[in-house]
Design a protein around this ligand. Sequence first.
Ligand SMILES: *[C@@H]1O[C@H](CO)[C@@H](O)[C@H](O)[C@H]1NC(C)=O
Ligand SMILES: *[C@@H]1O[C@H](CO)[C@@H](O)[C@H](O)[C@H]1NC(C)=O
Ligand SMILES: *[C@@H]1O[C@H](CO)[C@@H](O)[C@H](O)[C@H]1NC(C)=O
Length: 365
Amino acid sequence: MITILWTLLGFALPGFGFHHTIRCPQAKECQLALLSHNDVVLECRSYKADWFFLGMDMEEKHIVFSGIPNIKENPEGGLFIQNPSFFNTGLYQCRGWNGTQVTGYKIDFQDASKLHITHTGLNQKPLKNETLNMGHGEIVFTKWEPWQKCSNCETLGERKRLGFCYVKEPLEEPIPCGLYLGEEEELFPRVRPEMQVEACYELCQRNGIGVDFVIFDSFRIQEQTEYAWLTCPLASIYRPVHWEANNTALTWQKQLSEKYVSTFMDPLSGGQQLRVVQPAIYRCFVEQELIAQFNPANPDNIMEFERRSKGKEWSRKQPGKADSVLRGLKLMLLMLSVLVVGAFLCKVVFRPSQGKKRNQVLLVK
Ligand SMILES: *[C@@H]1O[C@H](CO)[C@@H](O)[C@H](O)[C@H]1NC(C)=O
Ligand SMILES: *[C@@H]1O[C@H](CO)[C@@H](O)[C@H](O)[C@H]1NC(C)=O
Ligand SMILES: *[C@@H]1O[C@H](CO)[C@@H](O)[C@H](O)[C@H]1NC(C)=O
C-alpha cells in the first residue's frame, strides 16, 4: 500500500518519489558527470540551504529567484533537477544561513542521446581512448562506474554500467568532458557517454515477500502512431530495470542485435520507458522487485493468459479500473476519505451501538 501511494505520488508531483540522489561531503566540492534526460537530486544538509548556480556562461544565478524552469529546491534542502540538459552543466553551490558554502557540485550533464551502447554478448567494443590535439597532450577516455545489480534473479538477467567522458592532461586529474571543453565539445565526436551491458546470473536476496506493485489498467496502442509508451515508475538509467511481455524477458541483447523486436526500451532513460506495438501484459522490475504491471485496454483475449499466470506470486487483486495514474491517485484519496469518514462515523455518530453499526460501515467499503 505504501509503495503504491509513493509511486502514484511520485508520478503526480514531480520531485516526489525515487530520484537518483547525489551526496557530496560537507565543506567539499565534488566534481562529477551525470546523464542528461534523467532526473537527479543534489543533497545539502544544512539548516536553511540556499542554492546558487554558476553556468558555463559564468553568470551566477540564485536558484529561487532566477526561475530556471527545470530546477526546484525541495523541502529537505536538496535541489531537484528535472530532465537535465547541457544547459544545466556548471557549479551548484549550497550555502548555509551565513552565506558560506556548505557543499558544492561541479556537474557535467552528458548528452544521453549520444549514448554509445555496447553489449559484451554481441562482441561490441566500447570507445577507445583518443587524443584531442589541443596542444596539452589531452586524452579523451571513458571512466566507468561500477556494474549495477543484475536486472533479474534466479534466471538469466542483464546488468549495465555507465561510462562518462573525461579529459586528462598529463600529470593532471581527469575532468569531465563538458566542464573541460564547454560548448566546444560539439566539435569532437568521441565526446559522448557510454553504456555497457552484459548477461548475468544472480541468486535472489529476498523472496519478493509482501512487496506491493501498481497495476496500470488499459493502456492503448495509439491508432495514428501504432504504439504506446509505458513508463516504469521508480526506474532510472542509474538503477537496474527489467521488462517482461507475457512473462517473456525483453533484453538489450535482442534489441541491440540486428534482429527485429517489436518492443523498444528507450536508451535515453536506460529502459525506464518501453515502446510497445502489441497488446500483452507487460511487467517491469526495478532492482529485481516487481514494480508495475500494464494491462492492455481490451483485455478479452488476455484473460486466459492472466488466469494461467495468476496463482503464483502475482495473485493480487486489482485496485480498480483506472486507465491513468491520476485516476488511480483519485481512487486512493477517495478510499482514504471513505476510511476517514468511516472512522469518524464509527467514533462519533454510532458510538452508542458500536458493535452493530461498525458492520454497516464496513459494508460501505
Ligand atoms: C558560518 O557557519 C558555519 C557553520 O554553520 C561556520 O562553520 C562558519 O565559520 C560560519 N562562517 C562565518 C563567516 O561566520
Ligand atoms: C585510457 O586513458 C586513461 C586515462 O589516461 C587510462 O587510465 C587508460 O588506461 C587508457 N586506456 C587505454 C586502453 O589505453
Ligand atoms: C500475449 O498473450 C495474449 C494472450 O495469449 C496474446 O493475445 C498476445 O498477442 C500476446 N502478446 C505478445 C506480445 O506476446
